[in-house]
Write a protein that binds this ligand. Structure first.
Ligand code: ADP
Ligand SMILES: Cc1ncc(COP(=O)(O)OP(=O)(O)O)c(N)n1
Length: 274
């Protein structure tokens, strides 16, 4: 059996709900073989992040190289990259690779923990031209685009304007995630080059247990791209997976628990011939 293979490059979350752990759980539940390269290790639980230790850029590059020189990775995603050196190492290691790449520009967790050094925001511009899909949340979209979203009176209009600006930074498509605001929960805006933008929506889910929802969405899109779905099909399928995970979210820990990665899920994703 030769499974589809997906890779994640990002940080470890000791509580298991976000980061590399969430990505690998998502890949597995979609029957995609998962491999990883770790940028940093967080001491984290459902209440927040208490410590972050970065690996060296050389250690990250070596992991990426070890995987890519051996395994036929069909799609990959990046998550928490923490600092300029790790972003630069990732951009260099992936530059010649033509598979679908999803860039999740992780900056701050919903609980308010800082996951990217402020001086590193500009460095993302190096990585964005390589992206098939950029997946910022509202806060990240505002910081990367310069468009005011969080204080906007016309929230949807601001999101659409920010997505347009973000495309100009070089990614082929942008998905702005709406989970950070009650009015937009479950609603994400997809804008692809040369196509009209579209709001993709499911009902908002009343839960505080949303830890890892952004990572899980990105990993599910990556898995579905590895299985051969088109980008739009992959986003729709990934949203279906996250919706189910949030409906069965796990009330564990004293803070924001994780969504459930093993909820009953029937994937439409079939491996397609390359
Ligand atoms: N309470 C909720 N109800 C429905 N969907 C949600 C809810 N919270 C988050 N989502 C969805 O989860 C995904 C991740 O979004 P978001 O939480 O904004 O990302 P991040 O975790 O990167 O901040 C998006 O598809 C968003 O619409
Ligand atoms: C190690 C690590 N990577 C990414 C995140 C952010 O996860 P996300 O899915 O955006 O969910 P919240 O943390 O906002 O709930 C993280 N926390 N840790």
């Amino acid at each position: 059996m030769t499974p589809a293979i997906a890779m994640t490059i990002g940080g470890s979350d000791s509580s298991g709900g976000a980061g590399i752990q969430a990505d690998l759980k998502t890949f597995t539940s979609m029957k995609v073989y998962g491999c990883s390269a770790i940028s940093c290790v967080t001491a984290q639980n459902t209440k927040g992040v208490s410590r972050v230790d970065a690996l060296s850029p050389e250690a990250l590059s070596a992991q990426i190289s070890a995987v890519l020189t051996d395994l036929p990775v069909a799609a990959l995603k990046t998550g928490m990259l923490l600092n300029v050196g790790l972003i630069e190492a990732t951009a260099a290691a992936l530059a010649a690779l033509t598979i679908p790449k999803l860039i999740d520009p992780v900056m701050v967790s919903r609980a308010g923990s800082v996951l990217l050094e402020p001086s590193a925001i500009a460095a993302y511009r190096l990585l964005l031209p390589q992206a098939e899909l950029l997946t910022p949340n509202l806060h990240e979209a505002q910081l990367l685009s310069g468009v005011t979203i969080e204080a906007a009176t016309d929230l949807e209009g601001a999101v659409e304007q920010a997505a347009q600006r973000l495309l100009e930074l070089g990614s082929a498509a942008v998905l702005v995630k709406g989970g950070g605001r009650p009015e937009l929960r479950g609603r994400d805006y997809l804008l692809q080059r040369h196509a009209p933008g579209q709001w993709l929506s499911h009902a908002p889910i009343s839960t505080t247990h949303t830890h890892g929802s952004g990572c899980t969405l990105g990993a599910a899109i990556t898995a579905q791209r590895a299985l051969g779905l088109s980008l739009q099909e992959a986003v729709i399928e990934a949203k279906r997976y996250v919706e189910g995970g949030l409906r069965s979210a796990l009330a564990i820990g004293a803070g924001h628990g994780p969504l459930c990665h093993w909820h009953a899920y029937g994937s439409v994703g079939q491996r397609r011939a390359p």
